[in-house]
Every structure is written in structure tokens, then in C-alpha cells.
Design a protein around this ligand. Sequence first.
Ligand code: NAD
Ligand code: MG
Length: 393
Amino acid sequence: MSRTVTVLGSTGSIGVSTLSLFEESGADVEIVALTAGRQVEKLAEQALKWRPKLAVIEDETKLAELRERLAGSGIETAAGPAAVREAAERDAAWVMSAIVGSAGLSPTLAAARRGAVVALANKESLVCCGPSLLRIAAAAGGRVIPVDSEHSAIFQVLQEPCRDKLATMTLTASGGPFRTWTYEAMRAATPEQAVAHPNWSMGAKISVDSATMMNKGLEMIEASYLFAVPEKQIDVVVHPQSIIHSMVEYADGSTLAQLGPPDMRAPIACAYAWPDRLPWPAPKLDLAALGQLTFEAPDLQRFPAIDIARQALKLGGHAPAAMNAANEVAVGAFLDRRIGFLDIAASVRDTLDRLNGGWDLTPGGDEVEAAMMIDAGARRVATEVVDRLAAVR
Ligand code: NAD
Ligand code: MG
């Protein structure tokens, strides 16, 4: 029997990899909905190929074009953020959450609320609202399976019966395109240089996060929430080959790691079939051809974002949500060439300092609503900080 699936963010890097995996594996899927932000042509092309019941474009100005492109196909169309959320509410057993940024939170929650299996690539929703999202999914009888390669690795090697014997979790990081650059060279780095990741082909936002290593910061928070592990038990090691995707060390001195070529279709396949395995013509790991795997400590001077995220995680409450929002604003400004590369981490720190604990001054009650309020408030402050930096540039 075919499995009903929805892909949120189908036109992005993860969305495309998900559809590619379905094709390569021959998985028997029936697509309920595909959603995209602005890329209407690509969405229409995917819809005509995959024949979902519904195709949604977030940008309302693109709805007429979507309708035109899908005319006569019998595929239902809709637009706007509410329509994206409604797509996630439709009855698909498995939902790929691959929208970028905290814009993915509301649709991801919608899928979790109705008990779907949520394959979670959208790390920002977890950073913004992790504990509530996981609680909501569990209460609805569904589950959240991580797609982020590091968390997929940990998910695969974590042995539930001896969770209390876990010593540390180590997230591997490629180090990004500026791993060997000097601080001065990083100051002048352009968006083109920042998005040219050495190992992974990804969307622009996560590529910049990899270059600042805020990606690893977001992933520490993601790991802490997903696996209920405190900040002090989470380590980061730079591993430029991106073959070991992460590891778990137990109290008896044994470390378990998960390895594979850097191809996101592998963690997506894991999230699709878990606890089974999905056969597909995956690229093979050839250790002899690789020759060596190397490791180094992250340089916290050149990559302060790791420490900023650690601080936010230690502060707790909605500090990670505020940090995430500030980072989204700063990365947007850098990609628009309004601020420099080093200004990204600096403006995130400045925003958190200005908020000065203000992320917890929210009315009690709905945790999700509170996180969204913090997200909006932090965006306003971050925009002021970024505007000031842009003005003196
Ligand atoms: P991307 O930019 O390539 O794609 C993002 C998708 O979301 C696109 O389909 C886009 O149209 C859609 N979108 C953008 N803004 C939207 C909005 N406001 N409302 C609705 N839809 C919107 O990004 P990506 O690289 O595929 O990453 C997606 C998510 O997965 C991110 O959270 C990222 O951190 C995470 N992730 C990606 C990778 C990777 O290899 N690309 C690895 C791990 C985690
Ligand atoms: Mg990752």
C-alpha cells in the first residue's frame, strides 16, 4: 500500500533531495501536498511530475502564475502562509519539514499536532520551540525524526536502554568554507564565497550558517532538545571530510559513530523508513580511497557563533528563539550585502545583549505563542542593530 507524504519546502535543497530519493528508491508514495516559498516555476514542474492533491506557494503574488501553470491538471492550488499551514494539516502520514527559518514552525507544528511522522530538517523550528514541538508530537501519538545529518547520526547510535550511561555527544562540523581563512580575510568575505560549501550543496541560509559555524550552534541546541541532553555534555569537533556525521560516547569509554558520504538523501532515507531501512542506489563509502579522516578543535575566536549559541542554551527559556531570529535577520542582511561577514555573529550578540533577558518577559500560557512573540520582538531589535551596522559600512 502506498504511503501518503507531504513535502514542505519541496523546491529547496532538502525538498529536491527528498523527491530525488523517492524516485531513486522507487518508494511507493502518494503525495498529498507540495509547498514552496516563491519558486513557482519549480513548484509547478514538481507538481506536474508528482501529481500531489495540493500545491501551495507562500508568496501570494505568485498564485495566478501557479494556477496558470497547473491549469487542467486537477491539482488544487493555494497561496499564503495560512495555506502552507493548511497543507501540513492535510492527512499525510509522513511530512518532510524542509522550509528554511522560523517560517517553518507553524506548518511543522500543524503536522505534529495531528500525529504525523515529522521528518525534521527545519532546525530553526526546533531551536525556536523545541520542547513544545516535541511534547505536542508525542501527545498526538506522532514522532519527530531528525533529518539534520548530525542528529540523524546520533538518533541512529543512541541506545535507549542505556541513555543514563551517556557521557558526551560530539557533533562533527566540516568547518565550512572559511575553516583555514584568517580573521582579516573573513572580514572581506562575500556572499558568493560564504555559500560555496566544500562538502554539502545546501540552501543559501544554512550555507552562511555553516560559514559562521552558527549552524553548529543551532545544532547544539537542536541536539539538547531532541535528545534531552544538557549543554555541557555536547561537544563540537571539526572534521573537514564530513564522513563521520556525529558520535555518542558512553560511560564505559565506548564511542559509537555513524558514517557515510555527505549526501542528505541518506538521513532522509533513514527518517522515511525508520526503524526499517530504505534501499536506494546510495553512493558507497570508500574509506581506502579517502585515505584519512582528520579532526581539529573549532577556533572559537574566528567562529564566536558557537559560544553565542552555547550561552543561549545555558540561559534557556526563549533565549535560543531570540538568538535564532537575530541570526536570520543578520544572515539576510549579509546576503543582501548590507553588512559584512563578521557582522553576522557580532549583531546576534549585540541583539541578545540589548534584549538583556527580555526573552523571558512574556505572559505565561501558550509556549508556542510566546516563542513566536519572542521571534518577532528579536527580529525588530536585530533589524535596528543591522541597520546601524549597514549605515556605518
Ligand atoms: P532552501 O533555501 O534550499 O529551501 C527552503 C525551502 O523553503 C524552499 O522550498 C523555499 O521555497 C521554502 N521557503 C522559503 N521561505 C519560505 C516561507 N517563508 N514560507 C514557506 N516556504 C518557504 O533550504 P534548504 O537548504 O533545503 O534547508 C531547509 C531546512 O533544512 C533549513 O532549516 C536547513 O537548516 C535545514 N537543513 C538543510 C540541510 C541541507 O543540506 N540543505 C541539511 C541539514 C538541515
Ligand atoms: Mg547538519
